[in-house]
Design a protein around this ligand. Sequence first.
Ligand SMILES: [Zn+2]
Length: 295
Amino acid sequence: MAINPALLAAVQKLQAGSYSNQDDNKEDFWRCETDSAGNGFAVIRFLPAKSDDQLPFTKIFDHGFQGPGGWFIEKCPTTIDKECPVCEANGPLWNSGLESDKGVVRKRKRRTSFISNIKVISDPKNPQNEGKIFKFKYGKKIFDMIATAMQPPLVELDAGEAVAIDPFSLTEGANFKLKIRRVEKYANFEKSSFDNVSTCDIDWKKLFDLSVYNDEKMFKSYEDLKKRFLKVTAGGTAKPTQMSTSTSDMTEEDDNPFDNAVKMNKPVTTASKPAVTSDDDDDDMSFFRSLAADD
Ligand SMILES: [Zn+2]
């Protein structure tokens, strides 16, 4: 199957390089290469943050959609609690009552992803990556697996079928067996799992500083984004095409496509949260913040 090179470039930019500045090379990001059937396998290790005052992941929002005037592939300023013209325009559209408008919002809505440092343990498709440290961009499905590993269901804990682990620990963490299968046309990660607890050696100097993703300089101004948004959407709300990426779960629909009403920096109310049952990904954030606060 021939893939439109412009589309491929746009998808790759979105997957890895959309956070481009001089400190952010595409080569710093690792991706699990899939075969022609869309299946892939690798073993990776999530790593601690570069410094104690940081979390071992950063949460980011971005937009990627096509309108009559081209592609809109931009970081969403709500990542740093700033206003975003796209998210702003989504509100009235979502509430218009028209199903077609809701469809437009689903394409345009911000998508949640996470970036962590990882060490590649096994990469059959690209063995030259093994032993090296990369940045890894992943979606909510994998983030949920991390959260569940830290707080397994009580019934499994009681039965001795599970132990809580800190996936980012070098001494008490575990390797992550990443298994990608193409289901329908989407990448599916549900067969992935953490291995048994093991230790991991790294060169700390090779860890990437993830705080750059919350640097205001990384984001375009509201005015520039608005200009671009108006250009891309000029000519009405012609059906935008959603990107489907083969190695990312970032395109999966959330139950609430208009979740930007939730602020990221809400205060942590309790350190002991029950197992994650909510679809509200900001709850996970509070959980990790509470861990960081305990240090
Ligand atoms: Zn936005």
